[in-house]
Design a protein around this ligand. Structure first.
Ligand SMILES: Nc1ncnc2c1ncn2[C@@H]1O[C@H](COP(=O)(O)OP(=O)(O)OP(=O)(O)O)[C@@H](O)[C@H]1O
Length: 407
């Protein structure tokens, strides 16, 4: 190994035998001073090298940690809202939560507002996503562990039973179906007015079976991701295969599967292509393994019969507005955490909310709570419920847009 040119030379001592003792002493003193200086220089170099070694070791450590994190954790998708001196503000997809967070060192220069990024459990930005992943992430809501359970859904016990039989059982006991030699239903179609618990049902099945819930809204496919519908449908099924067990939930399926006589969509080749892709995914999906498909619609009358053929959505379950007993149960569910006065009478409220959907009953309970809060009370009384009911019936339906929906 060649010596670095900046390493100071070793000082030499030259003693002449003719020198007097005094001259010798002075030469030795000079030599000693030279050696001390060189020693000092070398010590400084050793210290600098040690410091540099520690820095590098830290850097290696951090890169290893980041590498491990990238390899082992699932990432969430978020959009960068702002890059500030204090960090980066992101908004998570799905729950819209805003978070001030940090960026992995190697990405610091590249992040700008508007970028789609992948964040880890502690919200640190790990990756910048390209536009393709972006559309996929935006078009699908992915929930690895939904929290809705069957007990949270009121008034549709029979529908819960049917969904459990058609979707939960094949996921939990596939051998049973195999042994009996029957094919479980391919897809389940939930139909009924808005806000009756169709999405909740699909989430509850995913929760019960520890499956990933993957939702795609038909209306978004045709309005927001124009030209990408067929590809996104393909992506939907491949994502489910990656994440199995999975429950695919296609909401508003009528948007991509309406009868061709419908003048609004009949000429739309893009919508047709999206529907054909969906049909071909379902047909080619014989050995579905641990993936189940649930679709929902408020417009059953509009559906193309092709979608309902055997092997496709061949189990139809109607989810109607709740009966009086159902409304009573939904009132109980949505007031579970409320501080209710003794005079609150669920029997009467269930009678008075005839024609309400589950979502409208939920709005009624929230609105009643608002009446109490406006009045500076923490206890919600029957008068608050009556006031909220009156307000909703009087036509201020901003929070309950579907009140007049006729199914
Ligand atoms: N049967 C029910 N029991 C309890 N809560 C309900 C019920 N139905 C609706 N809700 C409340 O209304 C909200 C919306 O319900 P959900 O999204 O499941 O309805 P949906 O039938 O899928 O509606 P849409 O057809 O509009 O998508 C739920 O989050 C829940 O709070």
């Amino acid at each position: 190994m060649s010596r670095s040119p900046s390493v100071p030379d070793r000082p030499t001592l030259e003693l002449d035998p003719e020198m007097s003792d005094e001259e010798r002493l002075s030469a030795l003193k000079e030599h000693f001073t030279d050696i001390t200086k060189v020693n000092q220089k070398l010590r400084e170099r050793v210290d600098a090298a040690a410091e540099r070694r520690d820095d590098l070791a830290n850097e290696v450590d951090q890169l290893q940690r980041e590498n491990e994190m990238l390899k082992t954790t699932s990432l969430y998708v978020a959009t960068v809202e702002d890059v500030t001196e204090d960090g980066v503000i992101i908004k998570q997809h799905g729950n819209n939560q805003e978070v001030l967070t940090d960026v992995a060192v190697q990405l610091r220069e590249d992040i700008e507002a508007g970028d789609r990024v992948a964040v880890n459990d502690s919200f640190t930005i790990q990756r910048l996503l390209d536009t393709e992943k972006d559309a996929r992430a935006q078009a699908m809501e992915v929930d690895a562990s939904p929290t809705v359970s069957y007990e949270d859904i009121g008034g549709i016990d029979e529908q819960i039973r049917e969904v459990r039989e058609a979707v939960e059982e094949p996921l939990v006991n596939p051998e049973q179906f195999e042994a009996a030699g029957i094919e479980p239903p391919s897809g389940v179609l939930l139909h009924g007015p808005p806000g009756t618990g169709k999405t909740m049902l699909a989430k509850a099945v995913a929760n019960r079976t520890d499956a990933t819930f993957i939702k795609m809204a038909g209306s978004e496919l045709v309005q927001k991701f124009i030209g990408e519908g067929a590809k996104l449908v393909r992506d939907l099924f491949s994502l489910a295969a990656e994440r199995e067990p999975a429950v695919i939930f296609i909401d508003e399926i009528d948007a991509v599967a309406s009868r061709r006589t419908d003048s609004k969509t009949s000429g739309d080749a893009e919508v047709q292509r999206t529907m054909m892709q969906l049909l071909s995914e379902m047909d080619g999906f014989e050995d579905r393994g641990n993936i189940r498909i649930i679709a929902a619609t408020n417009r059953f009358d509009m559906l193309d019969s092709a979608i309902l053929r055997p092997g496709r959505f061949d189990r139809l379950i109607e989810v109607p507005n709740p009966t009086v007993e159902g409304r009573h149960r939904i009132l109980e569910i949505h007031t579970g955490d409320m501080n209710l006065a003794d005079d609150v009478d669920f029997d009467r409220l269930a009678d008075e909310t005839e024609g309400f959907s589950g979502a409208e009953i939920e709005s009624l309970t929230t609105e009643s709570g608002m009446f109490a809060i406006r009045d500076d009370r923490s206890e919600v009384t029957m008068a608050d419920f009556e006031g909220a009911l009156e307000k909703m019936e009087a036509g201020d339906k901003s929070s309950v847009p579907n009140l007049r929906y006729a199914y």
